[in-house]
Design a protein around this ligand. Structure first.
Ligand SMILES: NC(=O)C1=CN([C@@H]2O[C@H](COP(=O)(O)OP(=O)(O)OC[C@H]3O[C@@H](n4cnc5c(N)ncnc54)[C@H](OP(=O)(O)O)[C@@H]3O)[C@@H](O)[C@H]2O)C=CC1
Ligand SMILES: CC(=O)N[C@@H](CCC(=O)OP(=O)(O)O)C(=O)O
Length: 338
C-alpha cells in the first residue's frame, strides 16, 4: 500500500483524485489537506466519494503530517506549491504538482506569463514536465513532476507528432480550445456562475493566457492560443491549425498521429472529429487530424476531460510511473456516455 497526501483535497481536482484513488489497487489517500474546508469530513466536502472515505477529515497543512507518507499530490492555487515544494523535496517524497509553479523550465518565461518573478527558481531543475506520452522515461526516474496544464495537454498531444514530422510550419500555429466550467475550480466566481455561463459561449484571456507558454515550450513553436468557456461541466476540445510545410495526402496528418500513438493506451486516434463526451470521466485523449489542400492548412482536434487527462488522471499516470507501478493502474480509457 502506498500512503499518499493530497494538498488541495477539498477542490475539484482533489475530489477527482479521491474518486480515482478509491479504485486504485495500491494508492491510499491517508492525509487530506484543505484550507477553508479544513475540519470538515470528506462526506461533507465530496459526497460523491464519501462511501470510500467514511471517517476521513480534511486537515490544515502541517509538515509533520507528511511523516509516513509515500507520495504527495498537490492541486493548489498557483503560487502555493512554491511555498511547500522545498519541504517535500527535502524529505525525498515523490511529488506530483498540478499547479503551474514548476512547469516552465525558464524562470524568465514564468515572469513573462505570470507577471511576477519566480519565487523558487532554484527548485525548477528538480521538476520534469508531466505528460507521460512525451516524457515517459524522465518521469519514471523523477522525484518531482509538474503535471501539465489542461489546455496544453490537449493541444500538445494533438500537435507534437505533426510538428516533429515537419508537416506544420512552427510559427503558424493557432489553438482555439473550449473548456468546461470545472476547469476554473470550485470557488464561486461571477465569471463562472450559472447565469453567466448558461446558454453562452465566450472567449477569454486574449493573447495573454499563461498556457501559451507551456505549449510553446513543449512544441518549440509560436502559438496563438485562445481559450473559451463552454456551458458544460467537464471537457476540453482543442481545435488546432497550422500552415502545412508541403502538399500532402489529406490523411497524412491522421496517419502521423496513428503512428506516434500506436502503443499509447490512453491516446485514441480516430477519423471522426472527437467529442468531449467520449472522454468524460476517463484518462483518455481522442485525436484526429487532416491536411486541407484548398487552404494549405493542417487541422488537428483533441478532446480530453480537463479533470481526467487534464488533471487528476494525468497526475496518477505520472505517479504510477514514478513509483514503478502499472502505468494505467486506477485509470480508465473509456468515457461515460451518454
Ligand atoms: N480544474 C481543472 O480542470 C484543472 C485544475 N488545474 C490546477 O489545479 C489546481 C487545483 O485546481 P482545482 O481543484 O480546480 O481548484 P479548486 O479551487 O477547486 O481547489 C483548490 C484547492 O486548494 C485549496 N487551497 C486554496 N487556497 C489555499 C491555500 N492558500 N493554501 C492551501 N490550500 C489552499 C482549497 O482548499 P479549500 O477548498 O479547503 O479552501 C482547495 O482544496 C490549480 O492550480 C488549477 O489551476 C490544472 C488542470 C486542470
Ligand atoms: C475554464 C478555466 O478557467 N480554465 C482555467 C485553466 C485551468 C487550469 O487548470 O490550468 P492551470 O493548472 O494552469 O491553472 C483557466 O483558463 O485559467
Amino acid at each position: 500500500m502506498i500512503r499518499m497526501a493530497i494538498l488541495g483535497a477539498s477542490g475539484y481536482v482533489g475530489g477527482e483524485l479521491l474518486r480515482l484513488c478509491a479504485a486504485h489497487p495500491q494508492l491510499r489517500a491517508t492525509r487530506l489537506f484543505g484550507d477553508s474546508k479544513a475540519g470538515q469530513s470528506v462526506g461533507a466536502v465530496h459526497p460523491h466519494v464519501a462511501p470510500a472515505y467514511r471517517d476521513a477529515i480534511v486537515e490544515s497543512w502541517s509538515e509533520a503530517a507528511l511523516d509516513g507518507v509515500d507520495l504527495v499530490f498537490a492541486a493548489l492555487p498557483h503560487g502555493e506549491s512554491k511555498k511547500l515544494a522545498g519541504t517535500i523535496l527535502d524529505r525525498g517524497i515523490p511529488f506530483v504538482d498540478l499547479g503551474a509553479d514548476f512547469r516552465l523550465h525558464d524562470p524568465a518565461d514564468y515572469e513573462r506569463w505570470y507577471k511576477e518573478p519566480h519565487a523558487a527558481a532554484d527548485l525548477l531543475p528538480n521538476f520534469v514536465y508531466g505528460i507521460p506520452e512525451l516524457h515517459r522515461e524522465t518521469i519514471r526516474g523523477a522525484k518531482a513532476v509538474a503535471a501539465a496544464g489542461c489546455y496544453p495537454t490537449a493541444a500538445i498531444l494533438a500537435l507534437k507528432p505533426l510538428v516533429e514530422a515537419g508537416m506544420v510550419e512552427p510559427t503558424s500555429i493557432i489553438v482555439d480550445a473550449a473548456s468546461g466550467v470545472s476547469g476554473a475550480g470550485r470557488a464561486l466566481k461571477e465569471g463562472t456562475s450559472f447565469n453567466t455561463v448558461d446558454g453562452s459561449f465566450a472567449a477569454y484571456g486574449l493573447l495573454s493566457h499563461r498556457h501559451t507558454a507551456e505549449m510553446e515550450q513543449e512544441l518549440g513553436a509560436t502559438i496563438l492560443f485562445t481559450p473559451h468557456l463552454v456551458p458544460m461541466t467537464r471537457g476540453i476540445l482543442a481545435t488546432c491549425y497550422g500552415s502545412a510545410t508541403r502538399s500532402m495526402n489529406p490523411d497524412a496528418p491522421l496517419q502521423a498521429l496513428r503512428d506516434a500513438y500506436a502503443d499509447e493506451p490512453f491516446v485514441h486516434v480516430t477519423a471522426d472529429p472527437p467529442a468531449t463526451k467520449w472522454v468524460a470521466g476517463s484518462n483518455a485523449v481522442q485525436l484526429t487530424a487532416r491536411y486541407d489542400e484548398r487552404t494549405g492548412r493542417v487541422l488537428a482536434l483533441s478532446a480530453i476531460d480537463n479533470l481526467g487527462k487534464g488533471a487528476a488522471g494525468q497526475m496518477i499516470q505520472c505517479a504510477n510511473l514514478m513509483l514503478g507501478l502499472d502505468e494505467g493502474a486506477g485509470l480508465s480509457n473509456c468515457g461515460v456516455f451518454p
